[in-house]
Design a protein around this ligand. Sequence first.
Ligand SMILES: [Zn+2]
Length: 218
Amino acid sequence: MPPSYPEIALITPACIGCASILHRPTVPLPLCARCQAESPPFTADERIVRGVEALLPWTGPAARAYAAYKLEGCLDLLGGLARALAGAPALRRRPAYDLVTWVPAYALRTLARGFDPAAELVRAAARLSGHGRRSVGTLRRASLVGPRQRGQSAARRRRAPFGTFDVVPRRRPRIVGATILLCDDVVTTGATLSAARACLLDAGAARVDRLALFRADL
Ligand SMILES: [Zn+2]
């Protein structure tokens, strides 16, 4: 069972791992000492791997909270998780990025879930870190469904291979010449973030840095 978050969590910071009230601010991650000890956040030296900055290992209480949010739709966990991402050094960088954007989910998966977990996470983190008006959806998946969903014809797969992206046409003017922070929830190999980054660079972005809340071991 995911932890149940009390109403008080809206005004008093609660640990994202176990929902206990944080009496002292734990900067940058809203995680109590016990949850941090169970699954320590990456140190500054550990954060960047293969060009992607990540804050937390994909294991332990914070990862379980994210899984409950993403897979079970526990939306009350979003605020704390977004606070964790908002603490990322990249979101505090000055000068700030021109755009903060995200890796979109497959359209049919979003339709089935009713929300796009990474998009909501990144939008909320951007608002919390003062980037609200700069957080914009710039990308869409070239195919409607992911590789785990069956039934796509071979012809359609050839037209739009899994893992490729298109720029949202009306966003193109904002991408040209922009410095962009591209975010995702969980990075594993980094291939998806690389493909999304390449799409933004092809569209004329000046610079695209990559950030994820979690990194999974390969
Ligand atoms: Zn905790």
